[in-house]
Design a protein. Structure first.
Length: 320
């Protein structure tokens, strides 16, 4: 029996270090530096571990300061440091211009998937829809998509100009068939959607996708920030990591070798919280971003003179 472990994150939203740049306070509930510590710990036991990210990492906590017109991106830099194998785009990656997304793709050392993103007038998706990761002779097929609602949220904006998103249900079949032809031993979905459909639109939840495509062995979701340790749709396992790098999803897949190849015999899901300890090496590696971001929020934009803008309390001791 061979065991392959998959660790996944989603909706990190710029928490590349444990400090909230919007509140000016420490955020000890999670960060990429905590995730990195756990990855190193798990890799000591499982060197063939696969790390996946389900999108929405480049926006939030002022990480967007580094996206446009610069060469460095803290969350992509951190994913590379953590040896992320595959990521898909989240809806918030569409808050940025197409050239910014292209720069993310070029900077990311793993494989970036988004099989339902198309350039207008093109028949093939702009990014690959699937890939295969080989570990210890086992072929793990990964299919990556994002919520088509990203196109609705960004409609009419330059961030989506020249591109469009289709419902994943329209393109998943061809990716499954492609992976089967390549002799994938199992199929994992990395799909930036919540478990349940959004705005009543079929195909905008990973439960819908599992119901339509029972060939999936596991689907990892994201988007709605609702952590799900393990649910089922038929034989398909569903999970969703917590937002802001508060925890990681862990899938353990056990394969039996047969004359016809490897067969997935068992699969399980769990989650692990991410505030145990920091990877101090990654914290140091990201320190230049931290310094720039802190400098930005600490820069004075004005000075209040005269009376306070706060009105007097109507009841003593209680703020108005």
């Amino acid at each position: 029996m061979k065991r392959i472990q998959i660790i996944a994150t989603s909706d990190i939203h710029g928490m590349f270090f444990p400090y909230s740049l919007t509140t000016g306070k420490d955020f000890r509930e999670g960060s990429m530096t905590f995730v990195s510590y756990l990855l190193k710990k798990h890799r000591e036991e499982n060197p063939d571990l696969i790390y996946l990210d389900c999108g929405d990492n480049a926006e939030g906590n002022l990480a967007e300061l580094f996206v446009s017109g610069t060469r460095s991106l803290p969350t992509i830099d951190a994913l590379n440091y953590m040896k992320c194998d595959v990521m898909t785009l989240g809806n918030h990656e569409f808050n940025f211009l197409p050239e910014d997304r292209d720069r993310m793709r070029k900077k990311f050392k793993g494989t970036m998937l988004c099989g339902n993103l198309f350039a207008d007038g093109e028949d093939n998706s702009y990014l690959p829809g699937s890939t295969i990761i080989k570990r210890d002779g086992i072929k793990i097929g990964i299919i990556g998509m994002t919520t088509p609602m990203a196109g609705v949220f960004e409609a009419g904006k330059p961030t989506i100009k020249g591109f469009h998103l289709v419902n994943p249900l329209e393109v998943i079949r061809q990716e499954i068939d492609s992976l089967r032809k390549k002799k994938a031993d199992c199929i994992i979905g990395l799909i930036h959607e919540g478990v349940n459909e959004e705005n009543g639109i079929y195909g905008t939840g990973i439960r819908d996708i599992a119901a339509e495509f029972p060939e999936f062995d596991l689907i990892i979701g994201g988007h709605d920030h609702n952590p799900i340790e393990c649910e089922r749709e038929g034989d398909v396992l569903l999970c969703q990591p917590s937002a802001y790098a508060r925890n990681i999803a862990i899938a353990d897949l056990c394969f039996e070798e047969t004359e016809k190849g490897y067969v997935l015999e068992s699969k399980s899901l769990t989650q692990e919280v991410c505030y145990e300890e920091e990877d101090t090496e990654l914290r140091e590696h990201l320190s230049r971003y931290e310094k720039k971001a802190r400098k930005f929020i600490e820069y004075p934009i004005g000075k209040l003179t005269g009376e306070s803008l706060e009105t007097a309390a109507k009841i003593k001791g209680i703020s108005p």
